[in-house]
Design a protein around this ligand. Structure first.
Ligand code: UDP
Ligand code: MG
Length: 325
């Protein structure tokens, strides 16, 4: 009988052949130093380079290496979700593959976990080697999100964190499709604490989060944790109709009590453009929500696994009646 796995390290990888060797070595060194049984659970999110074959090679001589190989690119958040579905450890750690999250910090997280915390997230005090634009937009996003939701989502915190088995089991019960994992972990609750760190530069290769994916992630974060955009839409609508009403009174007054029946081409065009713009924005916001409702109703699986290595368990979905002792 194998000894029970204490730590599962989830490493989502997407075209990371440039860094994977170094990442594997560094995480391995850190996990070895814990002196306990662990697994390194790589989730290959449809890489088109040599990432998967390289990981398979590790697996041949290293029993701790496990691989879930997606049939295509499903996205970072879904890869993390799959990792949680398949992880069998008592504490589950999620870490990026590009060494922007220093693996050595895991040891501090483990200490906090042993103190009894069920979620230990890593908060960035500083970010190195990222563009001004990325830092500013990320910072703005975290603050906007925090201001617009009741869920206590910590600022400047990515997915680098440790969660207890109990939290992981609850995460598995959440069927949401457009997942914003860090928000869901906050939503789940339990005793949470932070360790702070400086976010390093990516070791090699380039970011796998182009603007498009960042926008999708922030939209998911916003829409799944806040109705504020919908409310803002109706406020904006109200405001514009009110302004329109006032202007109508002005027009009526001019028409009835003065002789200045100006050919009002400019004002008509301006009002048209203004109203048109506002209506389109509101429609767009509503569309974002409806699109997500549609995704949920389709009830497609979150991801499709082409093959897996080193994994015996068959996870999703943990039935709702499961109790944790
Ligand atoms: N990633 C993934 N699927 C994707 C995009 C990214 O699994 O579609 C992984 C990537 O391999 C890395 C992590 O998610 O381990 C974070 O990506 P990246 O470092 O490129 O994002 P950034 O740090 O630039 O925000
Ligand atoms: Mg990165």
């Amino acid at each position: 009988m194998l000894k029970q796995i204490v730590y599962s390290v989830i490493i989502p990888v997407y075209n990371e052949e440039a860094v994977i060797d170094e990442t594997y070595k560094r995480i391995k060194r850190v996990m070895d130093s814990t002196g306990e049984v662990y697994e390194l659970l790589f989730v290959n999110d449809g890489s088109r380079d040599q990432t998967a074959p390289i990981i398979k090679k590790y697996g041949v001589r290293d029993r701790t290496v496990k691989l879930i190989d997606f049939s295509r690119n499903f996205g970072h958040q879904i890869a993390i979700t799959a990792g949680m579905d398949y992880a069998s450890g008592q504490a589950i750690i999620v870490i990026d593959a590009d060494l922007q999250d220093p693996p050595e910090l895991i040891l501090q997280m483990i200490e906090k976990w042993k103190e009894g915390y069920e979620v230990v997230y890593a908060k960035r005090t500083h970010r190195k080697g990222e563009t001004f634009f990325k830092k500013q937009t990320a910072s703005l996003f975290y603050r906007l999100l925090r201001a617009s939701t009741d869920v206590d989502i910590p600022l400047d915190t990515g997915d680098f964190r440790l969660i207890d088995r109990k939290v992981c089991d609850e995460m598995k019960r959440i069927p949401e499709k457009n997942r914003f994992v860090r928000g869901l972990v906050s939503w789940v609750g339990f005793r949470q604490t932070a360790v702070e760190y400086i976010r390093d530069e990516r070791l090699a290769g380039e970011t796998k989060y182009p603007l498009k994916k960042m926008l999708k992630l922030s939209m998911d974060g916003m829409t799944s944790f806040s109705y504020k955009p919908l409310k803002l839409a109706s406020y904006a609508g109200g405001l514009v109709s009110f302004a329109g009403f006032i202007y109508m009174l002005v027009v009526l007054y001019l028409k009835l009590f003065t002789n200045s029946t100006v050919a009002g081409w400019a004002s008509v065009i301006i009002i048209q453009l203004l109203f048109g713009g506002v209506v389109l924005i509101i429609l767009g916001v509503i569309g974002e929500y409806i699109g997500r409702i549609y995704d949920e109703t389709k009830d497609r699986p979150l991801y499709i696994v082409r093959e897996s290595h080193g994994i015996e368990t068959k996870p999703r979905k943990v039935p709702h009646s499961v109790k944790h002792g």
